[in-house]
Design a protein around this ligand. Structure first.
Ligand code: ATP
Length: 300
């Protein structure tokens, strides 16, 4: 599969402050890539560096195989970018501002602007200064989607949107993906990442901690199991299983937590008559929180 975004040992420091540290990530063509991390993790720094709005301290980035610094003009013609904090022409109406951007960009149909605004329930006739934060964000979304770019880079795109508009946004992302376009989005919202992203990169304190599919992250996660046997069980039966913890045996009820594969536990349990088994998969939110808090340092 073609790599659309590639960073190689990309680092950025702000004086003595850490921005991002030795980042190696790839975003593949046609995927929706979610970039997750707590406040100050380095998401915006990554995005601004690969777009050549700020220069890396070391390392490099390529988009569509082009160098992010040397070929930035060619890159910007193929992408759209929604910044986390949108700078807007407050005196213009939404319509005026979007048409202005459309002229700069070229190849944007009036119909595309109108249809996107209708879907997002955005009134294009109102001056930007009179719009709420969420409605300003909608103007930014129309701007990002209207040119049908090959790559969309969206920094916290659902910030300020109500749940119904968020659903419309998810639909727009899926349509872009189905049309073969690539979406790179940063987010704090784990449920949305689980809902729309093919792969996820998790960044904390400037370092990429994990990069994988949501499914694979979940498969490696910790889950709790309760096993109910026909007879009392000796705790030592489970001693040889390396990936379990929190083992509690009360008569014929065994409770434990398993990280990764449950195969060995189930095969051990199957030597006895098993009456019931209750498994609680860890929520994706718990997985991310473990990364965020630094409880997990690497899953790879
Ligand atoms: N212009 C700057 N000068 C100094 N330090 C900066 C500057 N911009 C960012 N930083 C620092 O770099 C680190 C990463 O910030 P960045 O804005 O990339 O994080 P983020 O993940 O986008 O956070 P958020 O979710 O809050 O937007 C933080 O420690 C931040 O304080």
């Amino acid at each position: 599969m073609t790599t659309v975004v590639q960073t190689t040992n990309l680092s950025k420091t702000y004086g003595k402050n850490r921005g991002i540290d030795n980042l190696n990530l790839q975003v593949l063509q046609g995927e929706v890539f979610g970039y997750l991390g707590p406040n100050g993790a380095g998401k915006t720094t990554t995005i601004r560096t690969i777009l050549d709005f700020i220069r890396p301290t070391s390392g490099s980035a390529q988009i569509f195989g082009l160098d992010s610094q040397r070929d930035s003009l060619a890159i910007h013609q193929k992408i759209s970018y929604l910044p986390g904090e949108l700078v807007m022409y407050e005196k213009m109406t939404g319509s005026e501002m979007l048409h202005y951007f459309a002229q700069l960009r070229g190849n944007v149909s009036q119909t595309a602007i109108k249809q996107l605004a209708e879907r997002l329930e955005l009134d294009l006739k109102r001056p930007i200064r009179s719009l709420s934060k969420g409605n300003k964000q909608k103007v930014g979304l129309v701007q990002a989607f209207m040119g049908q770019p090959e790559l969309l880079i969206l920094d916290e795109p659902t910030s300020g949107l109500d749940p119904l508009v968020q659903q419309t946004f998810y639909q727009l992302v899926l349509e872009a993906k189905n049309a073969g376009r690539t979406v790179f989005l940063s987010s704090h919202v784990m449920s949305e990442v689980e809902h729309i992203c093919d792969r996820v990169g998790i960044i904390r304190a400037g370092k990429l901690l994990a990069i994988d599919t949501v499914k694979a992250l979940k498969a490696r996660a910790r889950r709790t199991l309760d096993l109910y046997f026909a007879q009392p069980i000796e705790p030592s039966v489970f001693d040889h299983i390396p990936n379990i913890d929190d083992l509690q045996v009360i008569g014929n009820h065994v409770h434990c937590a398993v990280t990764g594969s449950i195969d060995q536990l189930i095969k051990t349990a199957a030597q006895f008559e098993l009456r019931d088994l209750v498994s609680q998969a860890t929520d994706l939110e718990d997985i991310f929180l473990a990364y965020y808090k630094g409880e997990v340092s690497d899953v790879a």
